[in-house]
Design a protein. Structure first.
Length: 252
């Protein structure tokens, strides 16, 4: 008898606990038609969303269709998410792409290589690109979040990119590391043999510093240039270690 009473009590309590959830779902469902109409109208106002459709169930908006750029996929979800009474967004939009991965990767790599030319942090950022099945994976390290976000923004707007994976590390903020960056730049680019690399607006010798550890990236004309660059970096006061990752032009 006691077991039966406990079972009845449990079922009663479960009913009470689920009641708010049912009420919440029912409340959200009441606005589905209105939400869908407003989201559809907002998307229709932008020509880049002309092939995007929205469906709403229990306050959750599901976006489908196609766009030309990955950034447009993100923007569509952002626009839907800002609509009043929307509980969430499922972004199932696909990005149109006719270009092979190697072409997308080459264009994206070059675009990022020349990113932030003319800014102080340009030569202190090193970002690599890998594209597989339209998914662009960004790796490497940047001096600050501005440089990292700039590289990601370029990938988001690159035609053919369907998704972006951001694996870029941001160097810790350090006045000590900043001093090393300046001194390493002077030591490398003022060297009579290496000074010619300063004429490249994208600065082919990238100097990445993190907690006193210095790494060199880029491409140089000869094995001797690579050796001299590593030697000059190692002579900078305060550098704990040097990792020379410079590539040498093939055939040199």
């Amino acid at each position: 008898m006691k077991n039966v009473q406990k079972l009845i009590a449990s079922l009663f309590m479960a009913g009470l606990l689920s009641a708010p959830l049912v009420a919440q779902t029912s409340s959200a469902a009441r606005y589905d038609n209105d939400i869908q109409a407003r989201v559809t109208k907002q998307l229709a106002d932008k020509k880049e969303f002309r092939n995007v459709q929205a469906a709403t169930e229990d306050g959750i908006v599901t976006l489908t269709g196609t766009v030309d750029l990955y950034q447009q996929k993100l923007d569509a979800a952002k626009k839907a998410r800002k609509t009043d009474k929307v509980s969430g967004v499922r972004n199932l939009i696909e990005v149109s792409s006719a270009a092979p991965d190697d072409q997308i990767e080459a264009r994206l790599d070059r675009k990022i290589y020349f990113d932030r030319v003319g800014y102080f942090d340009n030569r202190f950022n090193h970002v690599t690109v890998d594209v597989k099945d339209g998914v662009a994976t960004l790796s490497g390290e940047t001096m600050d979040y501005v440089a990292r976000d700039s590289a990601v923004a370029i990938a988001n707007r690159m035609p053919g990119v369907k998704d972006v994976v951001n694996n870029i590390t941001v160097s810790p903020t350090s006045g000590f590391d900043d001093q090393i960056r300046v001194q390493a730049t002077r030591a490398i680019y003022r060297d009579p043999v290496l000074s010619r690399y300063a004429t490249d607006p994208a600065a082919p010798i990238r100097i990445v510093v993190s907690n006193g550890k210095l790494s060199l990236y880029g491409t140089v004309a000869s094995a001797m240039d690579k050796q001299i660059a590593g030697m000059r970096a190692g002579q900078v006061f305060g550098v704990f270690s040097v990792q020379n990752n410079l590539d040498v032009v093939k055939g040199s």
